[in-house]
Design a protein around this ligand. Structure first.
Ligand code: ADP
Length: 547
């Protein structure tokens, strides 16, 4: 992999000489072990999802070595995290905590500041600390992936589910801290967490919720994973999508296993989606829809086959709608424009009742068809949804990356009211910008209930500067268009964090002022993940770091 011409490696953090840096590294190695501080001085390798790098963003959208670390630190315990934090304060070296760093599409493992040190918690702190079958809960360290938690829960033999996002290789804790979502009724990962242990940027450890009250004889509090709030201000939220602390343990509720039926409904016409959304809203709010269902554009039926775009279309620019429909016609979904993936839960008669209502309501939309898994071939995507929607982690969604050579992706993820009119405004601005930049539009709506996460997946070719620039510019334009219409993102790539944070500017930027006040109080030296979520510590503010 190319590195910036003639640059000495590793790349240094800001404002430090190489001599002082080397001295700092030697000191930390003495404290936590030689092998646990690894310099980033070898060629960068993008790897792939299961062998992702912790040195940079594998899905680089700028040059590969733009968001690169100076080193990776592997703490083995909460105490070693504290030691590292105190050391970082001494040398004023920025550290960037990750759990596993598979946050692909949002920056991967890359630090926001070039030359920061990545604190890779997951490599050595990867234990499932507790599974409580009666309370239906668990306590995990940062390095526990969905696959690992699934295995651990299976091994207990208790009928419990975990909740997994589309891809199962990520960290359970890391995803919740970034407020990611999954697809069982426990899909709100932060909402289903219970209790945290956090190392503050000055080195103290706190436990939140009931964890703050010591159990008998020094044990963990028996209600730590039972009651979320404890007493006093509810602090957990400030440790998500922020740079206020390093989460070293986190509790989660597990769902009791239940029977379930996944289904899909196809809709004939492209312009039926506002009506589909209007149909979904009351069903979602009334919880007739049992999980977070997805409404996907039919282009995704092509993409999830894992075949490249060139298989379907060899022309220039975005694949035309007629071409998509022509292919869809011969696929199990048939000639349609939208595909809705849902799941209902509970005993037979319960599910039957729900499905009857779903059939009746969606049946009012002309040309819609409901299909059940047994009617679809084994390799159809619905079977992978059956797994995900019942808490079984999979990797199927990776097939997307075959769409373009050297495929990588970036997400545009605004929140919309679950209303036809709002979704239409967002889709229209997306379509306009995608056409302008010559990018295929892959929209998915994840309907929580009153709001929908509108997820637009921008797939680009990592080896092509033009393809990257188009995706980058398209995303910037969409964020700004959306904000002008009153819509904001729920999460974004590290390089777009400043732009998104700046759109949440009601009351003269009152929210950012509060965040900065907290940041400066908790992290006076500004060592923890400067710039994460657009929050800059005083030492970095106004010095040209914001983009
Ligand atoms: P995953 O492996 O689940 O995709 P990551 O480990 O990449 O997730 O975490 C996503 C983001 O959340 C990270 O880039 C980091 O900013 C933040 N994060 C993850 N784990 C922690 C943690 N334990 N403490 C503080 N922030 C974290």
């Amino acid at each position: 992999a190319p590195r910036k011409q003639g640059e000495e490696l590793p790349v240094l953090p800001p404002d430090i000489t190489r001599e002082r840096f080397n001295e700092a590294v030697a000191e930390l190695r003495k404290e936590i072990g030689e092998a646990n501080v690894e310099l980033n001085d070898k060629p960068l390798v993008d790897g792939w999802y299961m062998e992702h790098p912790n040195t940079h963003d594998a899905f680089h959208i700028l040059e590969q070595d733009d968001t690169v670390s100076s080193a990776t630190i592997y703490p083995g315990s909460t105490e070693e995290v504290q030691t590292t934090v105190r050391w970082a304060n001494k040398y004023l070296i920025p550290i960037y905590p990750i759990s596993m760093g598979r946050n692909l599409g949002y920056g991967g493992a890359a630090p926001r500041i070039r030359g920061a040190m990545v604190l890779d918690l997951g490599k050595r702190m990867n234990k499932v600390l507790k599974i409580d079958p009666d309370n239906c809960s668990c306590l995990v360290e940062p390095g526990v992936s969905y696959f690992a938690l699934y295995e651990a829960v299976q091994a207990t033999g208790y009928p419990l589910w975990i909740d997994t996002p589309d891809l199962g290789g990520g960290s359970v804790l890391g995803n919740a801290v970034d407020r990611g979502v999954g697809y069982t009724p426990y899909g709100d990962h932060f909402g289903c967490h219970c209790g945290m242990e956090v190392v503050l940027p000055t080195g103290e450890v706190v436990r939140t919720g009931m964890g703050a009250l010591p159990g008998k004889d020094g044990e963990d509090n028996p209600c730590w994973q039972s009651f979320q709030y404890g007493y006093g201000p509810y602090n957990d939220g400030i440790f998500t999508q922020s740079n206020f602390g390093i989460v070293t343990k986190m509790g989660f509720w597990l769902m009791p296993a239940t029977e379930h039926t996944s289904y899909l409904i196809t809709f004939r016409d492209e312009d039926q989606y506002p009506q589909i959304m209007q149909t979904i809203r009351p069903l979602a709010i009334n919880k007739v829809l049992g999980n977070v269902p997805q409404l996907r554009h039919v282009i995704q039926e092509l993409a999830v086959t894992g075949k490249p775009k060139s298989h379907f279309y060899d022309g220039e620019g975005p694949i035309p709608r007629e071409v998509i429909r022509k292919w869809a016609k011969d696929m199990p979904c048939g000639d349609c424009s939208w595909v809705f993936y849902g799941t209902v839960y509970g005993p037979d008669d319960f599910r039957k009742g729900q499905l009857d209502i779903i059939r009746r309501e969606f049946g009012k939309i002309e040309g819609s068809r409901l299909m059940l898994p047994e009617k679809l071939p084994q390799d159809h995507y619905l079977h992978s949804r059956v797994s995900v929607c019942s808490g079984v982690p999979v990797l199927r969604e990776l097939d997307w990356l075959n769409w373009l050579p050297n495929g990588a992706h970036l997400f545009f993820a605004p929140i919309a009211p679950t209303s036809g009119e709002d979704v239409k405004k967002l889709f229209e601005l997306c379509r306009k910008r995608h056409e302008e930049y010559g990018i295929d539009l892959f929209p998915t709506l994840c309907v929580a209930s009153r709001e929908s996460h509108v997820i637009v997946n921008l797939v680009y070719d990592r080896s092509s500067p033009a393809s990257k620039k188009a995706a980058y510019d398209c995303l910037r334009a969409m964020i700004s268009d959306a904000a002008a219409g009153g819509y904001g993102e729920y999460r974004t790539h590290i390089l777009f964090a400043d732009q998104v944070a700046n759109t949440y500017n009601w009351g003269g930027g009152a929210l950012m002022k509060l965040n900065e006040t907290l940041k400066d109080a908790l992290d006076p030296n500004g060592i923890l993940a400067p710039g994460r979520n657009g929050i800059w510590p005083e030492r970095y503010r106004g010095k040209g770091y914001e983009i």
